[in-house]
Design a protein around this ligand. Structure first.
Ligand SMILES: Cc1cc2nc3c(=O)[nH]c(=O)nc-3n(C[C@H](O)[C@H](O)[C@H](O)COP(=O)(O)OP(=O)(O)OC[C@H]3O[C@@H](n4cnc5c(N)ncnc54)[C@H](O)[C@@H]3O)c2cc1C
Length: 417
């Protein structure tokens, strides 16, 4: 049977391999790292003496492709989140706390109720969101939305930075729009925040590997694809560090690596350039942390920390668009972020827990309008070669949902080419 060779076992490669195996296709998956998962994985951390994720990952109940993927691999029950959509916030500067609770209807009737709005905002402030609906392909978020005001500082800015991983004056408005339309724009049922209950690998990676091998696929880790051997525009062989794999007639190749690796393998491929950082700090306490919020995450305004997540005895902080912060030392970052967490949790600042800082300097591609316009399609100019990855043209930001959709699209293209 013709094979599909999938290069890269991040979520794009995994979802591609899962979709192919599900359709009864022969699949070989190759990954350069010693483990699968790419930018979305768990590992044992010596500093904390505990298994943690490389970074906090938030899903929304409107992320239908991601939820369908989890169902397929038998991990549908591994996410956790509140029964109702709720987003708690703490303003560290003004010492204010509130919870945004979207209503059930796609029409935002809940905004008519002052107590459900962001404190300090008026109903008419929310009209600014219309700017996003009509934003053009070259507009940044701040071209489309008014930058001033409480609603911007307490809602639009944290949302845009989290979704696009860069300052709203840089991030593409056209990528923020589908996030809103697929979640908040459909009502509360689609914007429940969800996180992996145990760990990212336990939800997204390990069950996928089990599914792939149980369905006849093979997975090779520690296999770096160095070059593709071409016969005109057809791939004939894949040169890995340790072996050369023949690409038989009828076989297909899916490149599901980050853009820089894809460009090395496919000369002349246009792809987004530049990347932006995410910094995470995981703080391990001596016992399960008393967490008073219904949601597993809290937005922090006015400090360095942006979002605070909770899992048992660990509180983890995310800072997106964190290129400048990532230049600081891990100790300095830990001190800054602990200060914010201690205030939000009401803990003694002088008594920090064990903290592990993780800098992902290339967390996502730079999601500016210019770089978004460089995202390539699934099909390439080489008829048997396809692309997947959160940086390809999914119409969505570089997220779990985008990566999984890109893998599904590559699987369909490889099966129908
Ligand atoms: C800290 C952090 C926080 C995030 N938070 C969120 C969040 O809250 N919500 C959300 O939805 N998304 C979040 N994301 C984004 C999400 O993790 C990514 O969009 C997604 O994991 C990308 O998957 P991918 O398969 O496209 O890429 P990758 O995960 O980068 O996978 C590519 C794989 O290809 C492998 N590879 C590269 N070159 C080769 C080669 N030559 N041969 C073989 N293999 C190769 C790599 O090792 C890698 O495993 C976050 C990302 C980070 C880093």
């Amino acid at each position: 049977m013709a094979q599909v060779h999938v290069i890269g076992a991040g979520l794009a490669g995994l979802s591609c391999a899962v979709a192919l195996c599900r359709a009864g296709r022969a699949v070989s998956l190759y990954e350069t790292a010693p483990q699968a998962g790419g930018r979305c994985r768990s590992y044992f951390d010596d500093t904390l003496g505990r298994r943690i994720d490389n970074g906090n990952h938030l899903l929304m109940s409107g992320n239908e492709a991601a939820l369908a993927y989890l169902e397929t691999i038998g991990a549908g029950e591994t996410l956790t989140g509140p029964a109702q959509a709720s987003f708690p916030f703490v303003d560290l500067e003004r010492d204010e706390r509130w919870v945004v609770r979207p209503g059930a209807s796609p029409l935002p009737w809940w905004l008519l109720v002052p107590s459900r709005r962001v404190p300090g905002t008026r109903l008419r402030d929310y009209r600014s969101g219309l700017g996003l609906l009509f934003a053009g392909a070259t507009d940044t978020v701040t071209d489309a939305l008014e930058r001033d005001g409480t609603l911007y500082a307490r809602f639009w800015e944290p949302l845009a930075v989290a979704a696009l991983n860069c300052d709203p004056s840089i991030g593409a408005a056209a990528l923020l729009r589908p996030v809103l339309l697929r979640t908040f724009g459909r009502g509360a049922a689609y914007c429940r925040p969800l996180v992996a209950a145990q760990g990212l690998s336990e939800s997204f990676v390990d069950p996928a590997l089990t599914f792939i091998t149980a369905n006849g696929g093979t997975v090779r880790v520690g296999a770096t694809l160095r070059a593709i051997v071409w016969q005109n525009d057809k791939p004939e062989a894949l040169q890995f560090d340790t072996e050369t794999v023949t690409v038989a007639p009828g076989d297909k190749v899916v490149i599901a690596t980050p853009p820089t690796s894809a460009q090395r393998l496919l000369p002349g491929l246009e792809a987004p350039e530049g990347a932006t950082a995410i910094v995470n700090a995981h703080m391990r306490f001596d016992k399960v942390v008393d967490w008073s919020w219904e949601a597993p995450l809290v937005g922090l305004i006015g400090g360095t920390a942006q979002w605070m997540f909770h899992r048992d005895d660990v509180v983890s902080v995310t800072v997106s668009g964190a290129d400048a912060l990532a230049e600081k030392s891990a100790d300095d970052i830990a001190a800054l972020l602990w200060c914010d967490v201690a205030q939000a949790l009401g803990r003694d600042k002088a008594n920090p827990p064990a903290i592990r800082v993780i800098k992902e300097k290339r967390a996502t591609f730079l999601q500016s309008p210019e770089q978004v316009s460089r995202r390539p399609a699934t099909r390439t100019r080489w008829p048997a070669v396809f692309l997947a990855g959160d940086w390809t043209d999914t119409g969505l930001p570089a997220t779990i949902e985008g990566a999984i959709i890109s893998g599904n699209q590559a699987a369909i293209a490889a099966m129908t080419a």
